[in-house]
Design a protein around this ligand. Structure first.
Ligand code: NAP
Ligand code: F7E
Length: 327
């Protein structure tokens, strides 16, 4: 039985990846931070089948000891301070976790067993102020936030450990991907949750930032399939994972509110406080390398994704689905 270790298992992608690996017959271990309140709600469906270990990307020793104790065949580094606005408020912490944290995991692999296969969660935020459209593996990076800068470091250190030490280390350059397990601070979940609350009469207004920002949004379940494909491949290589379909935040509001029979224009207000100091205006990915070499393609489209998320929040508010803790 193959064994996988996932950092960030309590996050959105961690939960989908754990489920996918269990389905494939893996023994799944995860790194969870010690927090004052429990936050494993995303793992509800798989909690009794995964082994959680205490650890933190800030603490090198904890990561080395875990890689030693678990002796995984594969390590997925999904842990990060992943919310872009927080990266301006806590740039040093973001650099530590999202950037240097990658080196700590790679060092643990190098010391304990360089034959372990490693996946790094790189991001389309590295393209930032884009220099070419659509963005592909060869597109130069121009990050626009401390988060994007930290991810760019994590990306290149992964390439460097592959080239320096021959480690099977790959970076998936994933564009925005969402699901009902998305944190409430990210725009898709924020809007879908608000649409459900407005429909239930629990909210009357929705303050928003830049409605003209445009993203290539996909479904998290599809994107963790791509991570698996990259670690199964014959050669370690980096891949862009995206749908190629772009929508604005305004369109997102329109589709989400429409789903509950409302007109978003009656609820959405723009609030300058929510506008970022430097914006990533538009991202559009070209995943043709992943399609050709990994046979990967997304199964869930934009409207289906938004409907899935709104429906989940409607069910949560009705008490038909366990609600998540407010972030
Ligand atoms: P997420 O829901 O924010 O999850 C982040 C995970 O990292 C959580 O499990 C969190 O633990 C953990 N974490 C944060 N700081 C840590 C630390 N110092 N030590 C150990 N664990 C720590 O993120 P996601 O959406 O699943 O994304 C997964 C990864 O892909 C992240 O690296 C993200 O930056 C990257 N990414 C995401 C997207 C996207 O659109 N979702 C796109 C490209 C790349 P707690 O539960 O304790 O907070
Ligand atoms: O913002 C605009 C905002 O916070 C998307 C992370 O998973 O994907 C994510 O980063 C867009 C931005 O995601 C609001 O200005 C408008 O242009 O959902 P988001 P993100 O910053 O793109 C990348 C690929 C990652 O790697 C990250 O980890 O929406 N926007 N109004 C707003 N965004 C938020 N959050 N809230 C608003 O009110």
């Amino acid at each position: 039985m193959k064994r996988a270790l996932i950092t960030g298992i309590t996050g959105q992608d961690g939960a989908y990846l754990a489920a996918q690996l269990l389905e494939e017959g893996y023994e799944v271990h995860g790194v969870a931070r010690r927090l004052s309140t429990a936050n494993a709600w995303r793992l509800a469906e798989v909690r009794d089948r995964v082994v959680l270990h205490g650890g933190d990307l800030h603490d090198t020793g904890s990561i080395v000891r875990l890689v030693q104790a678990v002796a995984p065949d594969e390590v997925y580094n999904l842990a990060a301070q992943s919310f872009v606005p927080t990266s301006w408020e806590q740039p040093v912490l973001t650099g530590e976790a999202t950037g240097l944290g990658v080196t700590r995991v790679l060092e643990a692999i190098r010391l304990v067993n360089p034959a372990i296969r490693f996946y790094q969660a790189s991001s389309s935020e590295m393209f930032g102020k884009v220099v070419e459209t659509p963005q592909r593996e060869s597109t130069p990076f121009y990050p626009r936030s401390p988060y994007g800068v930290a991810k760019t470091y994590g990306h290149w250190i992964t390439v460097n450990y592959r080239e320096s030490f021959g480690i099977f280390a790959v970076s998936g350059i994933l564009f925005n991907h969402e699901s009902p397990k998305r944190g409430r601070e990210f725009v898709t979940r924020k809007v879908c949750r608000a649409a459900a609350e407005c429909a239930a009469g629990r909210r009357r207004a929705l303050p928003m930032g830049n409605l003209d920002a445009a993203r290539d949004w996909g479904f998290a379940g599809d994107y963790v399939r791509a991570m698996r494909g990259m670690l199964r491949a014959a050669e370690p290589q980096d891949y862009v994972i995206a749908t190629g379909e772009v929508h604005t935040v305004r369109e997102l509001c329109e589709v989400a509110f429409e789903r509950v029979g409302l007109d978003y224009r009656e609820f959405v207000r723009t609030d300058p406080v929510l506008v970022r100091p430097a914006e990533v205006d538009r991202l559009e990915g070209d995943a043709s390398k992943a399609r050709a070499e990994l046979g990967w393609s997304p199964e869930v489209g934009f409207r289906e994704l938004v409907h899935m998320m709104v429906d989940a929040d409607v069910a949560r508010l009705r008490g038909d689905l366990l609600d998540d803790p407010e972030g």
